[in-house]
Ligand binder design. Sequence first.
Ligand SMILES: *Cc1c(COP(=O)(O)O)cnc(C)c1O
Length: 340
Amino acid sequence: MKIIDMRSDTVTKPTDEMRKAAAEAIVGDDVFGDDPTVIELEEYAADLLGMEKALYVSSGTQGNLISILAQTNTGDEVLLEEQSHIYLYEAGGMSALGGTIPKTYKSDRGYISPENIRSLIREDNVHFAKSSLFCIENTHNKHGGAVLSPDQIKEMASTAREFDLKVHLDGARIFNACTALNVDIKEYTQHVDSIQLCLSKGLSAPIGSLVAGSKEFIYIARRKRKMLGGGMRQVGIIAAPGLIALRHMRDRLKFDHENAKYLEQGLIQHGLEVFPVETNILVCNVSRYFENATQAVSSLKEHGILISPFGNTLVRFTTHREIEREDIERTISVIQENWK
Ligand SMILES: *Cc1c(COP(=O)(O)O)cnc(C)c1O
C-alpha cells in the first residue's frame, strides 16, 4: 500500500528529468563564479522575478538569514509576524548569528494594517534599538497557507518604507500565492527589497532556495552566504534540477490546491474545524475527536497516512506532486471510519 506522505511538500522527490539534468549538468566552481548552470539559474530567476539579481542558496532558512544579515546591523530590530517561520522555526539565527532582535506583530492571516505597523516602529531615540527590517510571509505556513494579495503587500511595504525600513518577503511558497490569485510574481516582488523562495517544496527540486533583490543587495548577500559556509563548488549538480523546478513545476501547483480543497470538504463534512484552505496547506483542529494532535497523527499513521502535528490540537496536511486525488479520497474515508 502506498504511504500517503502529507507531512510537508518538502518530501517531494526529484523527477526523472531532474535526476537526468543533475547528471548531465555543466559545472564549474561557483565560489569563483564560473558554474554555468548556477549562472543560468540565477539569471533566469532574476528575470522571472523582475529583480536585478538572484542568488542560489542552500535552504530557505539560509536565504532568510542572509537577507536579514545583508540588510541590518547588530542591535537592530526586525519586525516579524508572531507565527512566522523566521521567528518560530529558524533556530534563532537572526539573533545568534545576526545580533538582531525580533519584534513580533499580530496579524490577520499574515496581514497587518498600516496603523498597526506605524505603532510598532520605534522613533529615532538614543534609548531604542533601530527598527530596520520589516518581514512578511506569503503564503503563511502557520495560518494554513494563507495568501496575501499584491495590494496588501504593497500597503504593508509602503507603510514600513515611510520609516526607511527595508522589506523582506519570505516567499518560501510564493508561487502558491501566485497560483491561488492568478497573478505574476512581479506583482509581489516590485514592492519588496528582498525575497526568499524555496525550490525544494511544491516545486519538487531536491535542494535549494533563491534570494533576489538589487545588485547591491546581492553583492552583500553573496559575502554573507560565504560567511555562513554556503559558498559551494560544483553547484550546477543541484542547480540544474532547480532550474527545471522553476521553469516547469509552477504550472502544476493548481492541482495541489484543488486536492487540498477537496480534502477540506471531506473534513468539514466529518464535523472538523478547518482553517480556510487557499493553497496546498490544510490546518485542522482535531479536538472534536482527540485530546491532542499527536493522537490524531498516530491514528492516521496506522493506516499509512502521514501528517504533521501543528500545535496542541492542530494538525497540518500538505498536498504536493506525489499526492493524487485517490490518495485524498482514501484519507477522507480513513478519517470517516476511524475518527469517532
Ligand atoms: C520551509 C520554509 C522556510 C525554510 O525553508 P528550509 O529550506 O526548510 O530551510 C522558510 N519560510 C517558510 C514560510 C517556510 O515554509
